[in-house]
Design a protein around this ligand. Structure first.
Ligand SMILES: Nc1ncnc2c1ncn2[C@@H]1O[C@H](COP(=O)(O)OP(=O)(O)OP(=O)(O)O)[C@@H](O)[C@H]1O
Length: 324
């Protein structure tokens, strides 16, 4: 039995489809997606509610067969080669089901007993900041502690591939950062990680590549920077143009494409942030205007996501149209 992944992607998904029900009640939740996760990389699957992220992830996890298409994990079929794939893969489901009466330590020991070569339980506890909870029963854990225990179990077998369904939902900012560090370390030692998240900053911080799903399809895929590249950057400052007579009309700034005012502040959208910002700052200096609350940023994943969710994305509309 091989214990090393063959060269090539850790996860390969080709034209994956997954339907629920049959006949007139059939519903296709995943409508032909392609996804590749290379060793030592993190891929985040983002999407609107009901986009099909969990439905797709469950097929990669081997929990359900695809209705059509092909999935390979470490070059193997996650359903047909389930035992081998499970041994080398760490899976975090959206909800856990630990026995309530066991303590944290007992839960991890029980989990470790199912593995060929588990890591030391003490290391797993320390990694997830659970060392002082070792004797606490599962039923008494807070939501965030329970999530961290779940993650500790997921990573106990030193998996090569890690599949995380919303790993930081319910975690406070400090615990979330700790999980982000952990995922970064996994990547550092050559693991591949496929995760779903609603947390756009999480995707931006962690992911080498992001795939955004909507209505069963991947409508955008790329690095976080690539995804933001085709949307305008924004410059915001307090005050409306009428209140800042020392400034030229912001709409006339070079590369400015749209100016809006809301709640007493102005937003300038720009196709070239540096050019627009330089001209704005020069004009402000010349006119003796202080731009309070000045904020300038490239398009973020949030703006890409909101454009898709609102149907404003042109590719997205084309895809939805193709379905009708
Ligand atoms: N067992 C099922 N039977 C019928 N429809 C289902 C079933 N499970 C999921 N669905 C539907 O499939 C679609 C995709 O659901 P899925 O849970 O994969 O989405 P998601 O992107 O993970 O959503 P969320 O972000 O809200 O968790 C939804 O419309 C959901 O109602």
């Amino acid at each position: 039995m091989t214990t090393h992944a063959p060269p090539g992607p850790h996860i390969e998904v080709r034209d994956l489809r997954r339907s629920y029900g049959s006949g007139t009640t059939a519903f296709e939740a995943v409508r032909g997606i392609d996804l590749v996760v290379e060793p030592g990389t993190v891929v985040a699957l983002l999407g609107t509610n009901g986009a099909g992220k969990t439905s797709a992830l469950e097929v990669v996890e081997g929990l359900a067969p695809p209705t059509a298409g092909e999935v390979r994990v470490l070059g193997l079929d996650p359903v047909a080669d389930r035992a081998e794939v499970r041994r080398r893969t760490g899976v975090l489901l959206q909800t856990s089901g630990f026995p309530a009466d066991l303590t944290v330590g007992e839960t991890l020991a029980m989990w470790a007993a199912t593995m060929t070569v588990p890591r030391p339980v003490a290391d797993a506890l320390a990694d997830l900041d659970l060392a002082d909870r070792v004797d606490v029963r599962v039923r008494s854990l807070s939501g965030g502690e329970l999530r961290r225990l779940d993650l500790a179990c997921t990573l106990l077998g030193e998996p090569e591939v890690v599949l995380l369904d919303e790993p930081t939902t319910g975690l406070d900012p400090e615990s979330r950062r700790r999980v982000w560090d952990l995922v970064a370390r996994l990547r550092g030692r050559g693991c591949s990680v496929l995760l779903t998240t609603h947390h756009l900053e999480e995707a931006e911080t962690l992911a080498d590549r992001v795939a955004i799903m909507h209505a069963g399809r991947i409508v955008r895929e790329g690095t976080p920077a690539e995804l933001g590249a085709d949307l305008p950057a924004t410059i915001r400052f307090e005050g409306t143009p009428a209140e800042l007579p020392g400034l030229p009309d912001p709409a006339a700034l070079p590369a400015a494409v749209r100016v809006t005012t809301e709640h007493g502040s102005t937003t300038v959208e720009s196709t070239d942030l540096q050019v627009t910002l330089t001209a704005l700052l020069a004009a402000a200096a010349e006119g003796g205007v202080r731009l309070e609350g000045l904020d300038a940023r490239s398009a973020t994943l949030e703006s890409v996501f909101l454009a898709i969710a609102s149907g404003a994305h042109s590719d997205d509309r084309a895809l939805e149209g193709a379905d009708r």
